[in-house]
Design a protein around this ligand. Structure first.
Ligand code: ZN
Length: 104
């Protein structure tokens, strides 16, 4: 029994949470296996369950926020999302409230 619990904890730490994996088949079948992004270099064959608004930018786990994507489109979108997240973090950064004491 205890070993089963440990194995469960270990596997949860090694995989995405169940809520994130749930519905992947639904997302891919809803799009009939076709990529829904259709960006440059698209292979049309969807293999990835993509979050339209990334979780890191406040997107939800719900099916309405998910789309089928091919690897090429997903990789391009992920890179674009990472740039957006970096820009958002930089925009939140505030300048120092007062001058550094060493500056005149
Ligand atoms: Zn694609």
């Amino acid at each position: 029994m205890a070993r089963g619990v440990l194995a469960m904890v270990w596997s949860k730490n090694r995989q995405r949470p169940y809520e994130q994996r749930k519905g992947r088949a639904d997302v891919l079948s809803r799009a009939a296996g076709q990529c829904q992004i259709k960006g440059p270099g698209c292979t049309r064959l969807a293999t990835i369950d993509d979050h339209v608004v990334p979780l890191s930018l406040g997107g939800s786990l719900g099916l309405h926020n998910r789309q089928a994507a091919c690897k090429t489109c997903h990789d391009l979108k992920t890179a674009r999302d990472a740039r957006s997240a970096k820009t958002a973090i930089q925009a939140k950064a505030k300048p120092p409230a007062r001058k550094h004491p060493g500056l005149k």
